[in-house]
Design a protein around this ligand. Sequence first.
Ligand code: GTP
Ligand code: MG
Length: 389
Amino acid sequence: MPKTAYVRTKPHLNIGTMGHVDHGKTTLTAAITKVLADRGSGTFVPFDRIDRAPEEAARGITINIAHVEYETDTRHYAHVDMPGHADYVKNMVTGAAQLDGAILVVSALDGIMPQTAEHVLLARQVGVDHIVVALNKADAGDEELTDLVELEVRELLTAHGYGGDAVPVVRVSGLKALEGDPRWTSAVEALLDAVDTYVPMPERYLDAPFLLPVENVITITGRGTVVTGAIERGTVRVGDRVEVLGAGVETVVTGLETFGRPMDEAQAGDNVALLLRGVPRDAVRRGHVVAAPGSVVPGRRFSARVYVLSAREGGRTTPVASGYRPQFYIRTADVVGDVDLGDVAVARPGDTVTMTVELGRDTPLEPGLGFVIREGGRTVGAGTVTTVE
Ligand SMILES: Nc1nc2c(ncn2[C@@H]2O[C@H](COP(=O)(O)OP(=O)(O)OP(=O)(O)O)[C@@H](O)[C@H]2O)c(=O)[nH]1
Ligand SMILES: [Mg+2]
């Protein structure tokens, strides 16, 4: 049910948990909400509420339930816990997660595993600049072994350009903190302090024209169509005219909410739900972009610098050549595109190349926009748009 209006009293950041399957991401997420709820700032979200499919949460004009909301003394956070590896990759590569920082969860019992490394790599590629490490399951780990795991994690981060020596590494136990064990609840507090201090407030482009990549579409009987997502830039108010690129409609925002609470104005970085006047449910899809009318021009052809992932990083084992036709993940969109390498005969795994891409449909593009290339369910490349034709 609609609650009291959202009042912006603290800076808002988007963070999330990443790391290998079963290392304790969801348990830690639940523990964070528990520790903060016990401190009087926020609501405890139990494990099984976090691990549930988003579709089940179609009540109110609320957002994806994989997002959990909490506050520390200095900040308001939207925290995304991506259930399982495939969802993690999808959310990261489509930019749906839009993380300002991440908590890398590594089990002190197991150390670095393949998905630990893959998530660090992906985070780097999609522009997550700050990582804090939670060495989880420290309740069950042996101290010396945990020291080794810590060294290993710092090395991994350094290898990906994160300056592993400076990264905060906090030994935690999500499980014990959930049980209320004081030693481990204070470890979770220490982790949150590390996030508060180590992840800087990112620059928000508040003066730019409004833009929101659509992550989800929900229908509310009797009220209309609602789109959800994180605002990439600008601000939006109830009553504003907006254009839905992809759907080809212009309309008016008639409702605005964050975490089920109405707001008058939302800004870059906020996770919101927008109620759109008179837009049929079928007209809007994930991948569309809601923007200030006329502020974005969709295109199909662009040039880009692309890094082709090596086989070690989970990429291809064979080179790509002109005529290659993979999927391009641009913001929340997923579009097929034809690759032209120009004078270059082939791009081998591990190479960085310039390419021209012709997309299968009009997509909002601009220089500097990041994207990921996927094929058969795996990431094979990551790039940045240099020019749009
Ligand atoms: N001993 C111990 N076990 C833990 C801790 N945290 C999580 N576990 C256990 O590890 C298992 C996996 O925990 P989850 O929180 O589901 O892990 P996850 O990383 O979210 O897993 P996926 O979402 O499937 O990738 C569960 O059996 C937890 O009870 C911890 O701090 N200590
Ligand atoms: Mg989980």
